[in-house]
Design a protein around this ligand. Structure first.
Ligand SMILES: [Zn+2]
Length: 239
């Protein structure tokens, strides 16, 4: 049993028809889904699953990816195995997540290009995102400089390419090695790559926009010291 991950093939797809392949309690497994189940700092989608020409509809209130299957938790009695359903995500939320996720990768790329500094973690929220990295000096001037550079990168409108590489190939690319690609579980044979062409390259399972211009303006809203050299930056998107 395997769910076709439509969100990986086309992040702009907000609706799909699919078939129920398994039911466990209030969880439904589909043969294909547009619902991003969460991970890598990106929040899971929400939305609805409907069936019988939308006479029945439930809200997807949680998502879990177990092995190769995406499970959708419904707030109603789930449809039986074999039912054809329509899955629809909350597109406003998802598109905002896509813009925010790409914004974080822009930030990663700039911080590395300008300071040679490695990102240690990140998290996205509906209205903001944060990123942690090791840098001893994060002065006001430096923050203003980073903000200027990330917005320049947005305006430069870099394309974003998504593709997969065989594991052995990925492990030879310096830009990927620095992003701790070695932490990928050994059973993963194909590595999904998100490349902001000319700026950033990462192994990543998230959903992204096609061009950096779609991100819009990025504002650095908060900085925090997290230990001696660990710093945290919080960003917000401007429409
Ligand atoms: Zn990412």
């Amino acid at each position: 049993m395997k769910t076709k991950l439509l969100y990986h093939q086309n992040s702009y797809m907000f609706e799909c028809t699919a078939k129920v392949v398994a039911v466990e309690g209030d969880e439904v497994a589909l043969d294909a889904t547009v619902f991003f189940p969460g991970g890598g700092g990106q929040m899971p989608d929400h939305g609805t699953i409907s069936w019988h020409n939308r006479q029945n509809e439930g809200n997807v209130i949680a998502l879990n990816k177990r092995d190769d299957v995406v499970w959708h938790t419904l707030d109603c009695l789930p449809p039986p195995v074999g039912t054809e359903v329509v899955g629809t995500i909350d597109w406003d939320f998802r598109y905002h997540m896509m813009r925010t996720h790409t914004a974080l990768h822009i930030l990663c790329g700039i911080i590395f290009r300008e300071f040679g500094v490695q990102v240690t973690g990140g998290q996205m929220y509906p209205d903001r995102a944060r990123m942690d990295f090791a840098m001893d000096d994060l002065s006001k001037e430096r923050i203003a400089y980073i903000e200027e550079k990330i917005n320049e990168a947005v305006k430069a409108d870099y394309p974003i390419r998504i593709y997969t590489l065989p594991r052995e190939k990925a492990f030879t690319i310096p830009d990927l090695i620095r992003t701790k690609i070695n932490l990928l579980p050994p059973e993963i044979e194909e590595v999904r790559i998100v490349e902001i062409v000319g700026l950033d390259l990462q192994a990543d399972g998230g959903t992204h926009v096609h061009h950096t211009k779609e991100v819009g303006g990025i504002k650095i809203t908060k900085t925090e010291n997290k230990g001696k050299i660990n710093k945290r930056l919080e960003i917000r998107l401007e429409d």
